[in-house]
Design a protein around this ligand. Structure first.
Ligand code: DAH
Length: 333
């Protein structure tokens, strides 16, 4: 019985010490398996002649075997549960963790300004259209009643493209106004359009000049459009862009394609500031595009996007608009 006593004594410790199911299987085979002391004792039963003693020994073997098997079963449940939990733990996704937000870009301050201005006019019923950046001198000047002798036609002001020397030269448009003529040529009145886009001038870069900048052109043509409509529309624009209390004033000016012409100034941030050029469409412009100037009238305006962005954000140097430094750009999210 020594072996069985020994087994009964140390089996519980070995079972508890098994840290994995594999280790527990090994303990099981060593304690109650086919080569275990239990199996050996069972095989020895036949040699016991006394039937009472045989029965007692058999019961003793069985009790020990049942006790060990029960302990192994309990330990197995614990180890199995541990393994399942460990697998779940290793696999878990914490859906409550905050997400990783990708760094997002933003539109440039000039594009933001253009979008905002266009939106204001679209809400007033205008349509946005765009025109070519490479223009002919006809649309850029002639159709807009700008005489052959006008200084803005000179190479010192205008960037001409090398497309030959025909009378209708190709150039980089110096303003968005050519789209007035292009649009009216292709569309019957009424016309209510805004035209954002890049314009080009033969200027060196300094605090107040860029060779490439952006304008937003506007044109309204209908029956009975008056200077009052021009003033009301542009004053409303200034109020939406700068705030509801913004005052505006119109100062006489000269543009070849409008008559009368004016500059609109707005009072904002404590001072008067020139915002845009405007006027009533000159009859000569209507004639160039085949509109009947005896029944139609209209107004036009043009403004610089960089300039409006600077006024809005209190920027004093135009070069800020082309500064690619991330610290500059991040200020205007
Ligand atoms: N095209 C002019 C410029 O670039 C701006 C302008 C003035 C546009 C008056 C207009 C206007 O439509 O009516 O300086």
């Amino acid at each position: 019985m020594d072996k069985l006593d020994e087994l009964q004594n140390d089996a519980p410790g070995r079972i508890q010490a098994a840290a994995t199911l594999v280790e527990l299987d090994a303990v099981e085979s060593e304690t109650v398996g086919r080569k275990s002391p239990i199996a050996k004792a069972r095989r020895g039963l036949g040699a016991i002649e006394d039937s009472t003693e045989r029965a007692q020994t058999g019961k003793r073997i069985n009790d020990v075997a049942v006790a060990i098997t029960t302990q192994i079963g309990a330990r197995r449940s614990v180890l199995e549960a541990n393994e399942v939990n460990a697998a779940l733990e290793a696999d878990k996704v914490d859906v409550t963790l905050p997400g990783r937000v990708p760094a997002r870009g933003t539109h440039h301050i000039v594009q933001q300004t253009i979008d905002e201005i266009v939106d204001i006019f679209v809400a007033l019923g205008y349509e946005m259209v765009q025109g070519p950046e490479a223009e002919t001198s006809f649309y850029n000047f002639t159709a807009l009643n700008i005489p052959e002798t006008h200084p803005s036609r000179h190479e010192s002001d205008t960037l001409y493209l090398n497309y030959g020397d025909s009378a209708d030269e190709v150039l980089l448009r110096t303003h968005t106004s050519p789209m007035q003529a292009r649009h009216m040529e292709k569309n019957d009145p009424p016309v209510y359009i805004v035209v954002p886009g890049k314009v080009f001038r033969s200027d060196a870069i300094d605090a107040t000049h860029l060779p490439v900048f952006h304008q937003i052109e506007g044109l309204a043509v209908d029956n009975n459009i008056t200077f009052g409509d021009l003033k009301g529309t542009l004053a409303e624009f200034a109020r939406q862009f700068f705030g509801p209390d913004t005052r505006v004033k119109f100062i006489p000016h000269y543009f070849p394609f409008t008559e009368p012409s004016a500059e609109m100034h707005a009072y904002t941030k404590g001072r008067w500031i020139e915002l845009l050029g405007c006027g009533m469409v000159h009859p000569a412009v209507f004639e160039h595009v085949g509109y009947d100037s005896s029944v139609l009238s209209g107004f036009a305006f043009g403004m610089g996007a960089e300039r409006l962005a600077m006024v809005r954000h209190g920027i004093t140097d135009l070069r800020t608009m082309i500064d690619p430094d991330i610290r500059t750009l991040e200020q205007f999210r």
